[in-house]
Design a protein around this ligand. Structure first.
Ligand code: UDP
Ligand code: MG
Length: 321
């Protein structure tokens, strides 16, 4: 068998409705390229028929491999599992829902042949997203990039081509809580950009609702920046200075003009306000400490339940006897 050149890595969580369309489409695109390829599905603990479906597809087509995780670990973990098990020279993570147009693979390969190690797909059109998602996404990128050590390019998702050495670099990052967009940017390498218009989901539902996206954004910021921790130092210095100066002013005023009683309302407001500010500071500390705690357990990022992707080691032993 010739060596696999292209590995398509597709994390799937409850994707039964789109899998057939997706597989047909991507298979036809891949055969057009003329390269040998594999299509690696990662079943991320789907609750529907996804696993049975991809296993059935794999039994009919030797290019298709299935990695079944023991439960739902989330897209970032499923993607990591896929990168760890992909065998190709170039690896292309893609969503199963057809939001990442498979046609772009041709452009990816063209750029790769020019010598790029990373080819990212940039959305030029977010019209398939709701207004709220557009606004929050743009705010997130602005905020993240203004405080984080590595910049995440605007409107670029996980859909991209990376070469094997980029995957090897990614594997050097041992963190448990994986914000892949940040990790992809962090490793660097020569990058080319291909533009596309993002389509709405072909079928099924997005598993990223508002709350999950908010946590995802927190993950992104706390994984790649400590600015939210440091800001409290400066805020503290600023407020203490004001308090010190106003304290001196009050003492002088009292010495000169005597004691005057009114002012409880404003005093209470200030106390409450700074009580709130302190709690926010504690909350930010809590976010980081929580992440430190999870990270310090050194748990694996994912657990594979069954892997039809590599031949069972049993068969190798059999030959010896
Ligand atoms: N996905 C996954 N595990 C999850 C959630 C999502 O593997 O816990 C997969 C999903 O099957 C799809 C991709 O990640 O292939 C993107 O998910 P989705 O379309 O829900 O996200 P969106 O496009 O809305 O960002
Ligand atoms: Mg999607």
């Amino acid at each position: 068998m010739s060596k696999t050149i292209i590995s398509i890595v597709c994390p799937c969580y409850n994707e039964q409705e789109v899998l057939h369309t997706f597989t047909d489409k991507i298979t036809s695109i891949l055969s057009e390229t003329g390269y040998s390829y594999e299509l690696l599905f990662i079943n991320d603990g789907s609750k529907d028929n996804t696993l049975a479906l991809i296993q059935q597809l794999a039994s009919k087509d030797g290019h298709i491999r299935v990695l079944n995780l023991s439960r739902n670990f989330g897209k970032e973990a499923a993607l990591t599992a896929g990168l760890d098990h992909a065998k190709g020279d170039v690896i292309i993570p893609i969503d199963a829902d057809m939001q990442d147009p498979p046609e772009l693979i041709h452009d990816f390969l063209r750029e790769w042949q020019k010598g790029y190690d990373v080819v990212v797909a940039k959305r030029i059109d977010r019209s398939s997203d709701t207004l709220a998602k557009k606004i929050t996404a743009s705010l997130f990128y602005k905020f993240h990039n203004s405080i984080a050590d590595v910049e995440i390019p605007d409107n670029v998702g996980d859909f991209r081509l990376i070469t094997r050495r980029v995957v090897q670099a990614i594997q050097l990052l041992p963190e448990n809580q994986r914000f892949m967009k940040g990790i992809f940017s962090w490793v660097g390498f020569k990058t080319s950009v291909v533009e596309y218009a993002r389509q709405p989901r072909a079928a099924g539902e997005s598993s990223f609702n508002g709350w999950r996206l908010w946590n995802f954004a927190l993950e992104g910021i706390t994984s790649f920046s400590t600015a939210p921790l440091r800001v409290w130092l400066y805020l503290g210095v600023f407020i203490s200075t004001i308090a010190f100066v106003s304290g001196i002013a009050i003492i002088l005023k009292t010495l000169m003009f005597g004691v005057d009683l009114p002012g409880y309302a404003s005093l209470l407001t200030v106390v409450l306000f700074f009580g709130g500010v302190q709690l926010i500071g504690l909350g930010v500390l809590g976010e980081y400490i929580g992440r430190l705690y999870m990270e310090s357990k050194r748990r694996p990022i994912y657990i594979v339940e069954n892997d039809t992707t590599s031949p069972p080691s049993q068969s190798a032993n059999d030959i010896d006897h």
